[in-house]
Design a protein around this ligand. Structure first.
Ligand code: ZN
Length: 409
């Protein structure tokens, strides 16, 4: 039997049941590798993944080509020399037929319209991609998508056959064959001839719909992600639901969605701007209160020019830093301001110094080390954090900072 005769899927993509004789079976890594005298199982090749299904009582987990032969990886051994009934998972096979044929139609459309070649094809579990060897615009892609779907609706016949060298010489193939003998050509009548070993439907109408969902530029080329048939319906349904849900939440029609989102984003920007102003004002007031507490108005000049405080009303490192900078910048403020606060699951520490004796970065490093924290900075400003936990809250970190500062006094 020739190679072409042994692979039943070459001749009939719709054949899901067959009988084959086990010619060898050996164990490998907890699976059994089974070869048959003939098979309808498609092995991973040409961008199309393997079929699944069963061989007699065994589940087929993987199918691949090894030394020119189709190998079925199964979950149990099969007796050599005996015939087994094979059955292919039709849902999976048919999905691959829709995607693979859709790829031929789409690639041929790019060739027809723009003379652009397809240099890569990958049929994944969820998405299908083609790599085209030119940089495209989305408008060009949309035009090719229109042509491809036109070819689907024209319901053109699709047939695959092995061709002789003479036929090969005159066929206007879209791409040259990758094999030297047993060249199989898949033809979409009046539209495309392409060498291919994959499984295809009888007519383009069975592809249903071709929908490009993403375009990425890459190294002088373009990668398109697309889906066909049942996958395309699933994707369209999911996106339709998502868009409907957004419109419902914003209480507008789907048509008014872009304008509503634009309005929302402008409102958010305005709110952010106002929030920053309020945050600044709050930090100014908070810094003033802190300084007053250390050196009450009308009292003695500051007895402690160094401030070290654990704060409960600050919850971001940014606010902590803003506050420490303000305290240190004030004429009546502290020459060293160390502030600690719980920020999420960590205790953050900021030290700002305008005292030449105190290196703020060094204080942060020394104070956080016993708390298994990390940080650093320069002589004027340091910042870091330690994981909050037993023995490490804002007050405990402040106590450590005071001990470190005492060594500078
Ligand atoms: Zn193909």
């Amino acid at each position: 039997m020739s190679l072409a005769e042994k692979r039943l899927y070459y001749h009939d993509s719709y054949r899901t049941r067959f009988t084959g004789v086990v010619t060898s079976c050996r164990e490998a890594g907890g699976r059994w590798l089974v070869r048959l005298d003939q098979t309808a199982f498609y092995p991973t090749s040409g961008g199309q993944p393997y079929d699944t299904g069963r061989l007699g009582p065994a589940q087929v987990l993987d199918v691949f080509v090894e030394e020119g032969e189709v190998v079925h990886a199964t979950d149990r051994p099969l007796p050599t020399g005996e015939a087994v009934e094979g059955e292919i998972d039709w849902e999976r096979r048919h999905d691959f037929m829709q995607q693979h044929c859709g790829q031929h139609v789409l690639s041929a459309s790019f060739e027809r319209l723009y003379d652009i070649d397809t240099v890569g094809f990958h049929l994944g579990d969820e998405w299908v991609t083609v790599d085209l060897d030119a940089e495209l615009t989305w408008d060009q892609v949309a035009e090719a998508e229109r042509l491809a779907n036109q070819v689907v609706w024209e319901d053109r016949p699709v047939y695959a056959r092995f061709v002789t060298e003479e036929e090969l010489a005159v066929l206007p193939l879209r791409r040259p064959p990758k094999v030297d003998e047993d060249v199989r050509v898949v033809t979409i009548e009046g539209f495309d001839h392409n060498p291919c070993g994959g499984t295809h439907p009888r007519r383009t109408g069975e592809i249903g719909l071709i929908k490009v969902v993403k375009m990425e530029r890459m190294r002088g080329g373009t990668r398109l992600t697309f889906v066909c048939g049942k996958r395309a319906l699933r994707v369209v349904q999911a996106r339709f639901e998502a868009v409907n849900e957004l419109a419902r939440r914003l209480s507008v029609s789907v048509e008014d969605l872009p304008a509503a989102v634009e309005k929302l984003s402008q409102e958010a920007q305005g709110a952010q701007k106002r929030m920053r102003v309020l945050q600044d004002q709050w930090l100014d007031l908070r810094a003033e209160a802190l300084v007053r507490r250390v050196a009450p108005e009308g009292g003695e000049p500051p007895g402690r020019p160094w401030v070290c405080e654990a704060l409960e009303d600050v919850d971001t490192a940014d606010s902590l830093r803003g506050l420490a900078q303000r305290v240190a910048a004030r004429e009546d403020g502290a020459t060293v301001c160390a502030l600690a606060a719980v920020t999420g699951e960590r205790v953050s520490l900021v030290v700002v110094s305008r005292d030449p004796r105190v290196d703020a970065g060094a204080v942060v490093r020394a104070a956080l080390e016993p708390h298994a924290g990390r940080g650093g900075g320069n002589p004027k400003q340091g910042q870091g954090s330690a994981p909050a936990g037993p023995g490490t809250d804002a007050s405990a970190v402040c106590d450590t900072v005071r001990r470190v500062l005492a060594s500078f006094a």
